[in-house]
Design a protein around this ligand. Sequence first.
Ligand SMILES: NC(=O)c1ccc[n+]([C@@H]2O[C@H](COP(=O)([O-])OP(=O)(O)OC[C@H]3O[C@@H](n4cnc5c(N)ncnc54)[C@H](OP(=O)(O)O)[C@@H]3O)[C@@H](O)[C@H]2O)c1
Length: 272
Amino acid sequence: MPTAVITGATSGLGLAFATHLARTGHDLTLIARTEEDLEETAARLRRSDRRVTTLAADLATDAGSRRLTDSLAENVPDLLVNNAGIALSAPFPIGDLGAEETLLRLNIGCVLRTTRTVLPVMMRRGSGAIVNVASVAAYGPTWLGSTYPASKSWVLAFTESVARSAPVRSSGVRVMALLPGYVRTALHQRAGLEIDHVPRWMWLSSERVVAAALHDLAGGRLISIPSRRYRACAWGLRHLPRTLTTAFSLDLAPERPLSRPGGTAPSVDAGT
Ligand SMILES: NC(=O)c1ccc[n+]([C@@H]2O[C@H](COP(=O)([O-])OP(=O)(O)OC[C@H]3O[C@@H](n4cnc5c(N)ncnc54)[C@H](OP(=O)(O)O)[C@@H]3O)[C@@H](O)[C@H]2O)c1
């Protein structure tokens, strides 16, 4: 049986990856922080006769990400989906620095470490695949005052650079960046982001994004952007002048001054 390891597998895109991959015959290892959610998800997926193991770990911590890389080193899967990621609602530089560092450790650090762990083994085997979940926001500062798009730009640049390198290309290992647009998941609510202004047509379902991503992976794509509307958005972000594209960007703190005369900087709680 092919094996897959999915980070952030209990909700949204990660859960959709787990469900799809179980249906297509993969044995799974699911990672997230919340044990009850992991057990509930695993129990549901085991009904399709798959072997499902879980690892409860906070991947934004050194200890948590080391537990994952140790487990990966012992058992390098056929497919690794680096999906766990967070956004923050508090704009930079007002938000909490600790929350920003957590975002960097999860959205970037964990992707670096897990890819470093599995890729050499996959290359020696001459098979395997890694999907790193970035975002269409990787192509530009779509959320002004947010470091989230910058973290996803790193994931895209890193993945593309690795995937295009001669040793990886000739090894038979597939490395792909997935760039979703807005997907209906818990991400925005968990971060405390206002999403009421986002028009209905901009929302995709997790299932659709994952089906398109796995189709693109099988087709050997380096970058997967599910849906025509987001391929058009990505084209615009890459080729139109920034003055134009930023006019359509969400500003996390449009009116908020950084400091008041004679006062202190307003404090804004960071989302998680
Ligand atoms: N939703 C969108 O519109 C959208 C668009 C573009 C890209 N993305 C990207 O898609 C990926 C998945 O996001 P989603 O929208 O599916 O989010 P989600 O519904 O909030 O799910 C996040 C998953 O990650 C886990 N997780 C969060 N922090 C973690 C940590 N520190 N350590 C381990 N696991 C952690 C969560 O479980 P626990 O809380 O139990 O740990 C959960 O399973 C992210 O990388 C996100 O940036 C999302």
